[in-house]
Unconditional design. Sequence first.
Length: 169
Amino acid sequence: MSRRAIKAITWSALAEKIPETEKAAFTAFKAKSDQHLRRMNANPEAPPKLDWAYYKKSIPIPGLVDKFQKEYESFKVPYPVDKYTSEVEAQEKEIHVKIEDFIKESNQRIATATKEIDRIKSLLPFSEMTMEDFRDSYPEHAINPDKPTVWPHIPEVQPENEKGQPSHH
């Protein structure tokens, strides 16, 4: 991991995906990230090289400069370990699978709806139907002469329901 990872963020592409309600939080996050990037870029990537020979000649204490040199050269800035990229990529794959499933299901719903639209278009228009045509096309809504109903012709007010029998609808 290095300090270059932060430079790979495409802010404009990310901004397009942020909902309106989150714009303020996104702007604050970007400002914080930019501030961090500026502070990081203000420092060199590698520590400055020191003239150890000069210090060895100038400082009379034996071994002190060698000790400092060894510590200085062995010092490494610990970068955080990237343990999230793999998780994010795994989530992305799962989401792509869900998107594909949603597309398949949607296409099936579209096909079903298209068949129903075609069926409805093939029917006679109500203005041209007779009562018999209506009964043949919509038996569940048509008047049944063998079983008349009372106004307002809804299941809850029919005489058979007042006797404690369940409605048929």
